[in-house]
Every structure is written in C-alpha cells, then in structure tokens.
Design a protein around this ligand. Structure first.
Ligand SMILES: NC(=O)c1ccc[n+]([C@@H]2O[C@H](COP(=O)([O-])OP(=O)(O)OC[C@H]3O[C@@H](n4cnc5c(N)ncnc54)[C@H](O)[C@@H]3O)[C@@H](O)[C@H]2O)c1
Ligand SMILES: CC(C)C[C@H](N)C(=O)O
Length: 364
C-alpha cells in the first residue's frame, strides 16, 4: 500500500505508529476525520500476517468509525487502533500501559475502547496512563463491556427493519437466523426470545451453540446451513464480508439485520440485495449501541441516558430507509449519505465561524 497516497485519496488526518521493545507493543493508531469531534474507536488485537495488512485494517476501520459515529448523531470523529499480536498469548501489562502513553501523547485527538481481542481489563490498564479511554470497569463509574448494549441497539434496529418489511415491528412469531452466538448475539437472542421469536443459531464454537439451545430453545444448524434456512430475518453476528456472491442466492430472509461489522463483501452486493427486495439495515447504523454507550462516559456515565440514546437507533434506521426511498438508492448508500451530509453540514458551519474569527484577527 502507498500509505501517503491512500491517506490523501480517502482524507485521513493522521496515522501514528507505536512501538515498545520491552513489552513487544506494535500498534497503529489511525485517525480518519475529526470534523465532528475527537476520534473515538476501539483497539483491535489480531495476528496480522503482514504489517501492510495491519495498516490496511486500521485505516479501513477508522473510516468506518467516522461514519458510525456521524450516523449515530455523536459529536465524535472516527479512529481505530490495531495492535499486532495474539490476544491469547502476547498481552502484558507493560504493553497496554505503553499504548496508553501513546494515546496520552495525542492529547485527546483519539479516544479508545474495546474491539475484537481486547477486554474491559485491558481498558483499565490503559486508564492507568491516560484519561482518553472508555469502556473501563463499572467500578470506576464507567460503562464496562459494550456488548450487551450493542445487542440492545441491534434489537431495536431490527424492529425498525421488521416494520419496513412486514408492516409491524412485533417480532413475536418471527423466525430469526443468527450467525455466531458470541458476546453480542447471546444478548440479542435473549431479547428476541423474550419477545417470542423463534431462533435458529450457528457458531463454530459448540459450547456457544449449546448455551443458546438450552437458554432460548434455539434450533442449531451447521455453519454453512445458516444462509439457506427458512427464516424471516437473517442476523449476521460473527464475521464480515458474509453478504457475497456465494451466500446471496441462498438467502430466504426478507430482512438482514445484525451486529457484524462490514457485512457486505463489496458495495455491489448491497445493490444486489436491494434489487432483490431484501430490507438491509446497514451494519454501522444498527451496531452503534456499543460506541454510543462508551461515548456517554465522556459526560460522566449515566446508563439511563445512554440507553435512551441507543433506542434512537430505531429512528436512525427509519431515516436510512427514508433516504433510500427519497433518492432511489440502496440502504447502504443511504447510510453513507446520512453520515456524509451531517459531517459536511458541521464542516461548513465551522468554516463560517473560523472565517469570522480570521476576519476579526485581520482587522487588528
Ligand atoms: N462487541 C461489540 O460491542 C460490537 C460492537 C459493534 C460491532 N461488533 C461486531 O459484532 C460481531 C460480533 O461481536 P462479538 O463481540 O459478539 O464477538 P464474539 O467474538 O464474542 O462473537 C463472535 C462469534 O462468532 C463465532 N464465529 C466466528 N466465525 C464463525 C463462523 N464462520 N460461523 C459461525 N460463527 C462464527 C465465534 O465463535 C463467536 O462466538 C463482530 O463482527 C464485531 O466486530 C461488536
Ligand atoms: C468503541 C467500541 C465500542 C467500538 C466497537 N468495537 C464497534 O465496532 O463499534
């Protein structure tokens, strides 16, 4: 990857490369856009095959957070970190403290939280060195693990998508196929079961499947079967890129609404499902509950206030459907338009303020 031309083409503000020989820290902080406010986005720890893969992931995920935060109505920009390493073997206290000092050095331009491979405990260690970290333990008066709140947001967003497809947001009696029953999806299944939906689940982890079968009377299927089961709603909650040329022809669902990031393999797959009449709730709009929850820590965490904001995901999904109909575009494009329009409005309003300020200065 030609880093500078990539950053220039996609309007990235800053990339920070962090290393600490003692702890083995190798991290990349990517800050995409801070028009709306400081960049907030989680820290992913993953065994990247090459350094180029790590850079690419950090950049892609940071841009995703710009859109997620803007669409969620947060006054926050987009950023993300990747740490290169195996989260099961390579973590140590010094690593997260060294990383915390790098974040502190950015003086608030970037705020971190959990992502794949990092935990509340890791955030607590980072907190030893910087205030610019969220998702820390409730013991500190903070919000803790974001997954249950992400699940709640997916649940309310799924109801908005059901309303669009079926004319009612009541999920009782609906059959919902859930791919991956990890941290987010287990909590999602709980809400769906309580409302009276029938669940079909799959996971590569047999224990997770058994737990969902036992707790929610779910039907278990093989990992490759989940796309083709008879269901009303498909909820991808494991991997990205699962809406693709192989899976689309198998789908029987009328709605796709789930927690996974980057569900569309390519943009054309979003257009394809739109043409097929499938109601797609764009991933970064429906899965924003976690970031909305951790962002509330910046105001002194209040769970009631955070959940109220998460419930706004219902209206955000409705707005996306309205733009999609108004502009005759697929919903994934409508979500991008909603986010870009908000950022552009703020950029213009700030420019106006700056121009006035410069005018005053130039008269002195
Ligand atoms: N945790 C959050 O707050 C949050 C917020 C926004 C988005 N997301 C996204 O939601 C998704 C789930 O997050 P999570 O925190 O629940 O992760 P998790 O690791 O707890 O759960 C993912 C589950 O998917 C299973 N899985 C992996 N590959 C699979 C496959 N091929 N088929 C079936 N199952 C498979 C795993 O075994 C695991 O149980 C991820 O894509 C994540 O990026 C999570
Ligand atoms: C800030 C975090 C809670 C972000 C979360 N990992 C996401 O992808 O939305």
């Amino acid at each position: 990857m030609e880093l500078f031309s990539y950053m220039e083409n996609y309007d990235y503000e800053q990339v920070v490369v962090c290393q600490d020989k003692l702890s083995g820290l190798k991290a990349i902080i990517a800050i995409h856009d801070t028009t709306l406010g400081p960049a907030l986005g989680g820290t992913r720890m993953w065994m990247y095959e090459t350094e180029a893969d790590a850079f690419e992931d950090a950049l892609r995920l940071a841009k995703g957070m710009t859109y997620k935060n803007a669409a969620a109505g947060l006054n926050l920009g987009g950023g993300k970190t990747v740490i290169i390493g195996d989260p099961r073997k390579d973590k140590n206290e010094e690593m997260f403290r060294a990383f915390g000092r790098y974040i502190q050095g950015l003086n608030g331009r970037y705020i971190t939280a959990e992502d794949v491979g990092t935990t509340v405990q890791d955030m607590d260690t980072i907190y030893e060195e910087t205030d610019y970290v969220t998702g820390i333990s409730p013991a500190f008066g903070s919000s803790g693990n974001p997954s249950p709140v992400t699940a709640y947001g997916v649940y309310v967003g799924m109801k908005a998508a059901a309303k669009e497809a079926f004319g009612t947001d009541d999920l009782a009696g609906k059959t919902i196929a859930v791919q991956g029953v990890g941290n987010v999806a287990y909590n999602l299944c709980k809400h769906l079961h309580e409302e009276g939906a029938s669940l079909i689940v799959t996971d590569i982890n047999k224990e997770s499947v058994q737990r969902a079968v036992a707790d929610f009377n779910a039907k278990a299927v093989d990992v490759n079967e989940i796309y083709s089961v008879d269901c009303d709603i498909f909820a991808p909650c494991a991997l990205g890129a699962i809406i693709n040329d192989q899976t689309i022809p198998q789908l029987k669902a009328k709605v796709i609404a789930g927690a996974a990031n980057n569900q569309l393999k390519e943009e054309r797959h979003g257009s394809l499902i739109h043409e097929m009449g499938i109601v797609y709730a764009p991933d970064y709009v429906i899965n924003a509950g976690g970031v909305i929850n951790v962002a509330d820590e910046l105001n002194g965490y209040n769970s009631e206030r955070a959940l109220k904001k998460v419930e706004g995901i219902y209206q955000n999904i409705e707005k996306v459907f309205d733009i999609s109909k108004r502009d005759q575009i697929p919903t994934f494009k409508a979500a991008d338009r909603m986010a870009e329009e908000r950022i552009e409005r703020m950029r213009r309003s700030r420019r106006q303020f700056l121009q006035n300020g410069q005018h005053i200065l130039s008269r002195r």
